[in-house]
Design a protein around this ligand. Structure first.
Ligand code: ZN
Ligand code: MN
Length: 149
């Protein structure tokens, strides 16, 4: 029989696990996958399962505390949301960076004008090469020119 006390204990554990997952996201700049979060927390919480991580990520997303970023890389990446911001994803190393420019409210206004829809927000992703990959590519090109490869 499941008693109320069991249920309390259960929901306490869930809340605690959810808070830990949120902490990981708040303290990470890398926009990690569910698997990465799981492996990081598993060291401390040996009873944690990947399913629990997924379930809590879904709940956090529904509460609007995190974003699920699905940027065509195969795996969803997650991000704690304190304020709206844009992203850059490197087409070579797949790293995701925050872009620190204020969201363009005028874009919402323009789309509202054109469509008549009520726009609440928008998200924007830039694609290209990060500094490191840009450098690597430059070096490779130089090596090819000098017949080093
Ligand atoms: Zn890169
Ligand atoms: Mn972000």
């Amino acid at each position: 029989m499941i008693t109320n006390k069991d249920k309390d204990k259960d929901s306490y554990r869930n809340t605690k696990q959810r808070q830990k997952i949120l902490d990981v996201l708040v303290n990470s700049k890398s926009h990690p996958t569910a698997d990465w979060i799981y492996r990081k927390l598993k060291k401390k919480f040996r009873n944690l399962s990947l399913g629990t991580v997924y379930r809590n990520l879904r709940i956090l997303k529904e509460k609007g505390q995190i974003w699920e970023l699905n940027l065509g890389t195969g795996f969803s990446r997650f991000d704690a949301v304190s304020h709206s911001h844009y992203h850059f994803i490197c087409s070579s190393c797949q790293n995701i960076y925050d872009i620190k420019i204020p969201p363009m409210k005028e874009l919402d206004d323009r789309v509202m004008q054109i469509t008549g829809f009520r726009i609440l927000s928008h998200r924007l992703v830039f694609f290209g090469l990060c500094d490191l990959c840009k450098l690597k590519k430059k070096k490779n090109n130089r090596n090819i020119r000098n017949n080093k490869v």
